[in-house]
Design a protein around this ligand. Structure first.
Ligand code: 4AD
Ligand code: MG
Length: 433
């Protein structure tokens, strides 16, 4: 018996007639007298192993009889073609070894409630659907990095422990930094503005934190964000970069993850039909449209989840909502030179009701104005001296954006809730497992 240590079940269809060893888990077990069927999973592929009492030694037969759901096993045998199976092949077992006989598995075939599943997230991740989501997530991350590289952006990592707020003070997580308070980063943006002056086009990608006190389908307290910042890029060009990034991500997913989208019952057509330029709608127009559709929003209020859902259900394309009122947005956003009540910002809303996936803007490059904005937002100017220095030493027009990984995964996989888009979600009431 050859024992190819590098054998992977995903390659089984190319190994018909070969002797192989599978190392994995039994996700299902059936027996009919003198034959035991073990459905195996090795991480990426699946196969059915057929153990026939007459064809194996007594030790292997006893081992096969002992296999329970999620037991870990090492099974050697021959790959045979089998038209009836989903994989087109099965494993004719010659030897069965149980590595660990699993206790009674808590996740059965019956429907479980969300809390039960989240309590067992460490096991739930083994299910076919959750594995498909993780694979799409992996592709999206790779696509983000490769597309940013293609667009000539350089990765410069931002710190997670910071002394200042960047996205308002109401969602800060505070921790003790040797006797002084420190905050977990809400975004790397401010630091990217500094590295943009060093390298021109830069991005970071890492975990970000918001103490979101609301329970919604879109909010995590810990999520991954890619921030991008580009020197001498103004408002319109910033939107074009975002379009290129979103199209780049969709291109990778549609090329690599068709099977997974099928497992998720995600129709790829709406994703295939996405094309640039994405529609651009001014905040004021969006509010008028919402009001005409019966929404209760008042002009001047920020768009909430419900409003974003409404707007994004009406379009098959992602849409930029631009030029929000200055007083409801972050301190660093540049006022519109044509009307300073509004800022040069844009939120990109994903279609199909998913809402915001990107927030971005052109930044204030004038020292005096930025100092004034810090005061208006009651932010301690002393802590932002280094950030103000960027306006003292070679200030430059610049723009950037942040794209949330979990929101992307949720939309692209067409999930109901952001909690399934990350291996171990952190939510208002959930820190475990
Ligand atoms: O719109 P936000 O708050 O923008 C910023 O933080 C900017 N400083 C980014 C920048 O310009 N460099 O967040 C950006 C994106 C959102 O569009 C959303 O996709 C995601 O981050 N996001 C969240 N995702 C999950 N849970 C949350 N609580 C999120 N908050 C923001
Ligand atoms: Mg936002």
């Amino acid at each position: 018996m050859s024992d190819r240590k590098d054998f992977r079940l995903q390659d089984a269809a190319q190994c018909i007639g070969q002797d192989v060893t599978v190392r994995g888990w039994a996700y299902n077990v059936r027996s009919s007298g003198s034959i035991i069927f073990l459905q195996l999973r090795d991480g990426r592929g699946t196969i059915q192993a057929v153990v026939t009492k007459a064809a194996v030694e007594a030790g292997s037969w006893q081992a096969a009889q002992a296999v329970t759901i999620e037991s870990s096993v090492v099974i050697s045998g021959t790959i045979r073609a089998d038209q009836r199976s989903a994989e087109g092949v099965e494993l004719e077992a010659s030897e069965v070894v149980v590595v660990q006989r699993a206790e009674e598995y808590p996740l059965g075939k019956k429907e479980h409630g969300t809390d039960f599943l989240l309590d067992h997230r460490h096991l739930w991740l083994r299910s076919k659907r959750q594995r498909a989501i993780l694979l799409v997530r992996d592709t999206i991350v790779r696509a983000m990095r490769e597309t940013m590289h293609r667009l000539d952006f350089i990765l410069t990592d931002s710190p997670i422990l910071t002394p200042t707020a960047a996205e308002g003070t109401t969602t800060l997580f505070t921790t003790d930094y040797f006797g002084e308070p420190a905050y977990l980063a809400q975004t790397g943006q401010l630091y990217l503005e500094a590295t943009a002056a060093a390298l021109g086009r830069v991005y970071d990608f890492g975990p970000t934190f918001r103490a979101e006190k609301s329970k919604t389908r879109r909010h995590l307290t810990e999520f991954w964000m890619l921030d991008a910042e580009a020197a001498f890029v103004e408002f319109d060009q910033n939107l074009e970069i975002q379009e290129q990034l979103v199209l780049g991500i969709l291109h990778f997913v549609l090329a690599e993850r068709r099977e997974e989208l099928k497992v998720l019952e995600r129709d790829p057509k709406p994703l295939e039909s996405i094309a640039a330029p994405f529609p651009r709608v001014r905040y004021t127009e969006a509010v008028a449209k919402l009001q005409a559709d019966g929404a209760t929003i008042t002009d001047g209020d920020d768009l909430g989840g419900d409003e974003e859902t409404l707007l994004s259900q009406q379009s098959g394309q992602p849409q930029f909502i631009t030029h929000y009122p200055a007083n409801i947005k972050a301190f660093y956003m540049k006022p519109d030179p044509a009307d300073s009540r509004f800022v040069l910002n844009a939120d990109l809303l994903a279609p199909e009701g998913y809402g915001e996936i990107i927030g971005g803007s052109q930044r204030i490059d004038d020292l005096k104005l930025l100092q004034q904005r810090l005061r208006q937002h009651h932010l301690p100017e002393a802590d932002y001296q280094w950030y103000l220095d960027l306006r003292r030493f070679g200030s430059f027009p610049h723009s950037g954006f942040g794209i949330g990984l979990e929101r992307l995964v949720t939309w692209i996989c067409r999930l109901d809730h952001v909690r399934e888009s990350v291996p171990f979600p952190r939510l208002l009431n959930r820190l475990r497992p």
